[in-house]
Design a protein around this ligand. Sequence first.
Ligand code: ZN
Ligand code: FE
Length: 254
Amino acid sequence: MLQIYQFPCLTDNYGFLIHDTESGATATIDTPDADEILRQAGAKGWRITDVWNTHWHPDHAGGNAAIKEKTGAKVTGPDEVRRIGASPDHVVDEGDVVKLGNLEARVLNVGGHTLGHIAYVFDDAKVAFVGDALFSLGCGRLFEGTPQQMWTSLQKIASLPDDVTLYCAHEYTQSNARFAVSIDQNNAALRERAAEIERLRSANKATVPMSLGQEKATNPFLRAPLLKGAIAMPNAQDWEAFAEIRSRKDNFKG
Ligand code: ZN
Ligand code: FE
């Protein structure tokens, strides 16, 4: 059975430890803060056997070397993780299957935030780790990829079953909600979610994870095809509407 333990890291990252109860194998999804991850694993009584990276950014792969040195963990991730000087032992990309003990996750390439960004999907447990590709009510900034590429990536996530639980790497939901409401004004489900987010955050609670179904109903990036009227681009391609919404978010002063 898959167990997941989530905890805050750095300013607004989340750490995730995933554990196979049968074999005892434990992976950290990304390595935002090696000391904190090792401390949390120790408190759970879990020994880290694996590091699974989503992309090369320092708040995702910066602790690889320290965790590897202290635990001997094997690093799995996209080739781009080399850029931060912590080459994966096992390079993976779209279509690969990664094993944690007896559990299997499928790799999706969800490039756009970085070119090689990947997500890990546990089909049986209906869980996906999406890093900085999709956030609750948001998506990653396009540092390396094109809007078309990112749109294709988001469609891969959106095509999973609605009851898949998504674990994203940052608690950005409250500011994402301000932008979402500004662009999708007549969406009742979004208003309800925004109110729930206010309640959760004022109680210092996480808004992550979230269900894909809920994101499809409320996330303005996934809803780009339905927001063409709202952004005055009725004849745009879906990816063009997505690109416009992404650039509005980049310039949003909420
Ligand atoms: Zn990132
Ligand atoms: Fe990040």
